[in-house]
Design a binder for this molecule. Structure first.
Ligand code: FAD
Length: 463
């Protein structure tokens, strides 16, 4: 008998919008074992699985889904971890709709298999079971590696090399590890307990972690090379871009990095119980249309804003944020002002933001990004009331390491130039990967870069 396919993904249980905008708890609650098996049974177990090709780290997706169908969750998590050191993170934040799920055969006529939700299910099941799978480790080989940055790129390269017998030390500038996973992506999308668990796992492999250690200030890369056999730079892209319009020095004007860091890392939402203040604005305008903008707008609502606006110069179709996150923001009441460009930020006599002069746009021909170019509509200027604005239009790498590491080739956007297949830079013994090379990208692409660099470092140092 041919298999009857459930046409749609099994819905993920979620907190209701009216409840969740009052708290920072995770929005998506995860599958139960019954729901996970029901979803897994939708998989056609293709002989030539396109989903594996679509996964940047090549996870054997049909295998772990088959193991869920059989109820063998322990085997399933083992399959996942063969290729992915951070399944609980990737199951939550990877853009699966652009990767594995995009090419799922089922997706041609129905909705694709919810691969990300199943990945998350296995990782959460393992955490709840209390017994964490650790792959076999090679004996120590006497070689020492320094990793700069503890984001997904740094964590991946560190865990891969530790498993291969290297003595690995991570140097992290902030007082907590995890990179954007800790300071950028909010708790309601990625609980910090999960990131801490993943960091602890890497430490359990013997990786040492130094916090509050700014490479380029505390010690330079060259000084580390006096002690280590190789250095991997995974310092991310933490330098925010601004619109460069008048008024950006007013009070109440934030970059998304600052706003989210104050809230996530510094716990500013608990001020004055914590040291870091965060303005409780009534009307917030967030500039941008990516995941970062959605995170900032949804955070503003949870901090008590009456209105949280996304001000975006193109239309909904061109927004780079994940569809799931756009829908979550819509459900929560974020107001979308499409085809709108901020021209000037307006302050009161005391230097506090009170409004934004904007201009309406219309869509013209596609630009170099392939998206339709926004064109200003003459005479359409108007003033929008706002007491906080958050700029979420992009980031580039911090210039500190390039400035203090002579001989490192740097690209036009301040990125470290590294070979895509190996992560090798222009300097011997220095590798780099993740956002510091590509500019702001995704968790899984940073992890893929970490994995390729680990392989290249191993080939170079151990033959
Ligand atoms: P990072 O995660 O940035 O980590 C770099 C680390 O290096 C940081 O901890 C930093 O403090 C440290 N560092 C920097 N300089 C130094 C120095 N000189 N010395 C020591 N340490 C240093 N991607 C997705 O796939 N899905 C999403 O939903 C998603 N949402 C996002 C939401 C937000 C708000 C943001 C900001 C990004 C989001 N991204 C998302 C992008 C994703 O998080 C990044 O692409 C990814 O974290 C990059 O990993 P990385 O390891 O290269 O760098």
């Amino acid at each position: 008998m041919p298999k009857t396919i459930i046409p749609k993904k099994i819905p993920m249980p979620k907190q209701q919008p009216f409840e969740r905008i009052k708290n920072f708890d995770e929005v998506a609650l995860g599958f139960t074992p019954e729901l996970a098996r029901l979803e897994a049974e939708r998989c056609l177990a293709c002989k030539k699985p396109a989903c594996v090709e679509g996964c940047p780290v090549g996870i054997d997706i049909p295998k772990f889904i088959g193991q869920i169908v059989e109820g063998d969750f322990k085997a399933g998590i083992k399959t996942l971890k063969e290729r992915n050191a951070l399944p609980a993170v990737c199951g939550r934040v990877c853009p699966q709709e652009e990767q594995c799920e995009k090419v799922c055969v089922l997706g041609k006529k129905n909705e694709p298999v919810a691969i990300g939700r199943l990945e998350r299910f296995l990782a959460d099941w393992e955490a709840a079971s209390g017994s964490i799978e650790k792959p076999d480790m090679a004996p120590p080989n006497g070689k020492k590696i320094a990793v700069v940055g503890s984001g997904p790129a740094g964590i991946t390269v560190a865990s891969d090399l530790a498993l291969l017998g290297y003595e690995v030390t991570i140097f992290e500038a902030l007082h907590d590890a995890g990179g954007v996973l800790t300071y950028g992506i909010p708790e309601f999308r990625l609980p910090k307990a999960i990131v801490r668990r993943e960091v602890r796992y890497v430490q359990s492999l013997g990786v040492k972690l130094y916090l509050d250690f700014i490479v380029g200030k505390t010690r330079t890369v060259d000084s580390l090379l006096g002690e280590f056999d190789a250095v991997f730079i995974g310092a991310g892209a933490g330098l925010p871009w601004f619109l460069e319009i008048p008024g950006e020095n007013l009070n109440g004007v934030y970059s998304a990095n600052e706003y989210l860091t104050r809230c996530n890392l510094m716990q500013g939402f608990r001020f004055p119980a914590c040291d870091t203040p965060l303005k409780r604005a009534r009307r917030v305008a967030v500039f941008g249309g990516g995941n970062v903008a959605m995170d900032a707008a949804r955070t503003a609502l949870r901090l008590g804003a009456d209105e949280s606006h996304i001000v975006y110069r193109r239309s909904r179709n061109e927004m780079p944020a994940r569809l799931e996150e756009i829908e979550n923001a819509e459900e929560e009441g974020v107001i979308f002002d499409f085809l709108t460009l901020p021209l000037r930020l307006i302050g009161d006599r005391d230097g506090w933001l009170v409004g934004i002069e904007c201009q309406r746009m219309e869509l013209g021909e596609p630009d170099e990004s392939g998206r339709r170019r926004p064109v200003p509509v003459k005479g359409s200027e108007f003033i929008m009331e706002a007491d906080a604005s958050i700029c979420a239009i992009g980031n580039s790498p911090n210039p500190l390491i390039p400035m203090t590491t002579p001989g490192l080739t740097i690209g036009k956007k301040g990125n470290i130039v590294a070979d895509e297949a190996t992560g090798r830079t222009s300097r011997e013994k220095i590798w780099a990967g993740g956002d510091v090379v590509t500019g702001a990208a995704t968790v899984i692409s940073a992890m893929g870069a970490g994995r390729r660099a680990a392989r290249s470092i191993h080939e170079t140092l151990c033959g």
